[in-house]
Design a protein around this ligand. Structure first.
Ligand code: AMP
Length: 630
């Protein structure tokens, strides 16, 4: 057993030997000839020539020893159902789904867009796609038709898989009408739409020829065995869209071999979970955490994954802990926002169930505040581990690694760099290394380790420019997060360097929200900023200049207009991007060169000192913001 430090050092100093050992955690049908080809930086090609399959590693290879062990436990408090699948049963379901996909012409390299609620069929669809060498793109069910259409046009899927509806707090959320609308907006519509009909939305319409009912297709393919398509390590397994500073989302492209190795390794080193044990991740399959730690990580590891559809407070705030007791969960993965939701409930629920199996609770996605961390750690009697990562990396960048060594934790810190990540804090302008406790941009010296994004789907140039273009003299990956490192080597994340905000652990580009708002006919100009919020971490607040001022001339009209603008965002982007407030002003604070002073607006919203205001063009614009937030 080495210490985390020795392990980290070796992963960089003797990378080939280190990653060769890690690669032995998964099954390869053809061994790799080269651990990492970094001859065309910043592109890293891990495990060159090695052939494998993600689905094979997640299911097939466990059949000899775990056929009768639960692979997937699905509990829905929305529809009050529980379904369990052993590895053997999961294998059968995935084979059937793969056969259906093949029967409608999906083959290696084709894209499959999955727009689904948290149901087992979503997991079958993901695994079936990678089984046949196709590439999935899961879009979170909360995104609206226009966002979906943009993703369709970028990924150009052959097939879309959806459901009639999801359910949230007992309310039916139709998905099929949004699917239809997105397809009508898209320039590259899919040939077919496969629908998993849950019979929640009785008014669902279908289009004969294009739409296909999974329940009708599946019986025709039941019992079929679809061989795994062996793919070269760098073959894309999926595309997952994430927000950036421009309105156009970026398609994070993931490889196959590196990702499988990184997840296999992280399950044991970071998440300290053994094969046969149960793991519960409360995220959604639409986010990277759901991809890595609801679906692939636990299954590659031979664990049981617990998947939950519902809110953490329904039917009561003890539901998570009930699942921990029922399924003997050893490690849980959630977000600070979800814990803050529980914190508003009766603390007695934390001890109502026997959670003694639970060793660690991992929280990620946004800064973890001390009161939240303390409250849950003491209440449940579980060690909280803060871990920091991004959609781009696919697995943690900074985390304690209790599977390697139990290191003391410091509140507010996601501890240390994970092995394989050569993390550096750099001065924003000069790129020089910053000293202890000094704020710098968190960067990773390439090659990025296995599992991280290979490129932006269809846009290598954007990948290089966006992520590796911050410093003139050195090509390093930028996370766009501020951080400090203390004298003991612990890192602290201080927020974003760019105009990206983090709402309840989900990244949203302020540009994206602004573009959605501009779709409202009376909006001339708008600025969106992220403002600190005690529950969600941050919420978007908009300041809008209207074309026709008469429509906001009194409080009643302004309130109506505000509602309309919010509805526009719901329609254009999805409710997850809806601003918490829309204030109407006649001018926005800008510099004399016309640059929007977002940081000034944000400071005013958070009652902070806005700093130097000498460059401002129109001081009355600032006054308007100040008055609005008061
Ligand atoms: P996403 O790709 O949507 O998961 O968002 C990634 C971003 O969330 C990071 O760049 C950080 O800004 C933020 N983030 C993720 N994990 C943490 C954490 N443990 N502490 C602070 N911020 C975090």
């Amino acid at each position: 057993m080495s210490t985390y430090k020795e392990n980290h050092y070796r992963s960089l100093d003797d990378a080939d030997a280190f990653w060769t050992e890690q690669a032995a955690r998964i099954d390869w049908v053809k061994p790799f000839s080269n651990v990492c080809d970094f001859s065309t930086p910043p592109f890293a090609h891990w495990f060159v020539d090695g052939e494998t399959n993600l689905c094979f590693n997640a299911i097939d290879r466990h059949l000899a020893t775990r056929a009768h062990q639960n692979a997937l436990v699905w509990v829905s408090s929305e529809v009050e159902q529980t379904r369990t699948y052993t590895y053997r049963q999961l294998w059968e379901e995935v084979n059937c789904f793969a056969a259906v996909l093949k029967s409608i012409g999906v083959g290696k390299g084709d894209r499959v867009l999955i727009y689904m609620p948290m149901i087992p069929e979503a997991v079958f669809a993901m695994l079936a796609t990678v089984r046949i060498g196709a590439i999935h793109s899961v879009v979170f069910g909360g995104f609206a038709a226009a966002s979906l259409a943009a993703r369709i046009d970028d990924a150009k899927p052959r097939v879309m898989i959806t459901a009639d509806a999801g359910s949230r707090a007992g309310k039916i959320i139709p998905l099929k009408p949004l699917t239809d609308e997105s397809i009508s907006l898209a320039e590259h519509p899919p040939k077919h739409v496969v629908i998993v009909n849950r019979h929640l939305d009785k008014s669902m319409q279908t289009l004969p020829g294009r739409d296909m009912d999974y329940a009708a297709l599946a019986p025709r393919h039941k019992g079929e065995v679809v061989p795994c398509e062996w793919v070269e390590s760098s073959h894309p397994s999926y595309i997952l869209y994430t927000s950036g500073t421009t309105g156009k989302p970026k398609g994070v492209q993931r490889d196959t071999g590196g990702y499988t190795v990184a997840l296999a390794s992280s399950m044991q080193t970071i998440f300290a979970t053994q094969p046969g044990e149960s793991f519960f991740c409360t995220s959604d399959i639409g986010w990277v955490v759901g991809h890595s730690y609801i679906v692939y990580g636990p299954l590659i590891n031979g664990s049981t994954t617990v998947m939950y559809e519902g809110l953490p407070i329904r039917p009561d705030p003890g539901i998570w802990w009930k699942l921990v007791e029922q399924y003997g969960v050893v490690a849980m993965f959630s977000s600070p926002t979800a814990v803050r939701v529980l914190k508003k409930q009766d603390v007695g629920y934390l001890t109502k169930y026997d959670t003694s199996t639970l060793r660690y609770l991992y929280l990620a996605g946004e800064p973890l505040d001390q009161p939240t961390s303390d409250w849950i750690e003491k209440g449940v009697g579980v060690k909280v581990i803060d871990n920091y990562w991004q959609t781009e990396t696919g697995w943690p960048i900074l985390s304690a690694q209790p599977g390697i060594e139990e290191t003391p934790r410091k509140l507010g810190s996601p501890s240390f760099p994970v092995y394989g990540y050569n993390v550096k804090l750099k001065h924003e302008e000069t790129g020089a290394a910053v000293s202890a406790n000094e704020k710098g941009v968190l960067c990773i010296v390439p090659p990025l380790p296995p599992g991280c994004m290979s490129t932006i789907w269809g846009d290598d140039a954007r990948f290089v420019k966006t992520y590796f273009g911050m410093f003139r003299d050195e090509q390093v990956y930028t996370t766009f997060d501020w951080a400090t490192r203390d004298a003991d080597g612990y890192y602290f994340i201080m927020g974003r360097t760019d105009d990206v905000i983090n709402v309840a652990g989900h990244r949203l580009g302020t540009r994206e929200i602004e573009e959605a708002i501009q779709a409202h006919k009376n909006i001339a100009e708008v600025a969106v900023v992220g403002v600190a919020d005690s529950l969600k971490g941050q919420v978007p607040i908009a300041f809008a200049v209207v074309k026709d001022h008469r429509q906001v001339e009194n409080a009643e009209l302004a309130a109506r207009q505000e509602k309309e603008v919010m509805a526009t965002v719901d329609h254009e982007l999805g409710a997850i991007g809806r601003p918490a407030r829309v204030h109407f002003v006649t001018a926005l604070p800008k510099t004399r060169s016309g640059k929007l002073l977002r940081r000034v607006i944000q400071a005013l919203c958070e009652s902070r000192d806005p700093g130097d205001l000498t460059t401002i063009e129109d001081p009355t614009a600032l006054e308007q913001v100040r008055n609005a937030v008061q």
